[in-house]
Design a protein around this ligand. Sequence first.
Ligand SMILES: *Cc1c(COP(=O)(O)O)cnc(C)c1O
Length: 303
Amino acid sequence: MQKIELEIFSPVHQIKHPLLDEKGLKLFIKRDDLIHPLISGNKWRKLKYILAKAQSESKTHLVTFGGAYSNHLLATAAAAAKFGFQSTGIVRGEEVNNDTLFMCRLHGMRLLFIDRDSYRDKPALFQKYFGNDADAFFIDEGGASAEGAKGCSELVTELPQTYTHLFCACGTGTTAAGIINGIAAHQLPTKFHGIPVFKGGDFMRDEIAKYLIPHPSLSERTDSYHLHTDYHFGGYGKTTPQLIDFIKAFIASTGILIEPVYTGKMLYAIFDMARNNYFNPGDEILVIHSGGIWGLLGMKEKF
Ligand SMILES: *Cc1c(COP(=O)(O)O)cnc(C)c1O
């Protein structure tokens, strides 16, 4: 087994656009998508301390959960192969094959397809299939965990300057919680904004709260972070022609791949907010490119 290390290569690039110039804004993107082609973005930040914990408990078999297009399943499969673990992915729904699952299998992940009802109770599934496997280690869907939040909070220590605003897309809220913790711990004036990718994203506050570490600067500020819940485009994995057009134009004009499930919605939100004068001239905005670009392969027909 190998030491759990992966060099964090995540430079910050500036994005140029006439709208940003017109509004006096500077937009930067932190390229967590460049950390690794498959163990990408926030998925590595979340897995890092989870894998270290598994290793410290002498567990050699990672068991985790996800939908058939899950970036987390793919990242876990690739990380397991890299660091010498066995892996099993418990996949929601009937047996299918697609590009994501092909890549999971290629990295040696065993796949177990489970009907949607049984899938809901993950600890019960783990118990049922791996209760007798002393080597098996449970990793929650999406890598949601305190260890995951801790890994994400380290992103804040890498920032080359202080930004007015910092944005990320929210699925489980683990990444958001980690970054909010990091901003508080370093007493940065940066305002954190989350874009929930689900409909009715207000529930994200409870999810984020699970992993917030109490800090004086968090409790003093009632508005310690902002959620913008109107950029879900109909719900998780849903798109509109408007969103797809935006993504195509963004990729073609920047050379940076984004996808419709997470990063496309977040960047759409920022341009929409800029257009509606949400920001002040002179504001410097940082967005986190949380990776996930392989998700594009499951959505080719939408383009
Ligand atoms: C998984 C994922 C997210 C969501 O992160 P959470 O920590 O679950 O909120 C955001 N962006 C991309 C690209 C992802 O793959």
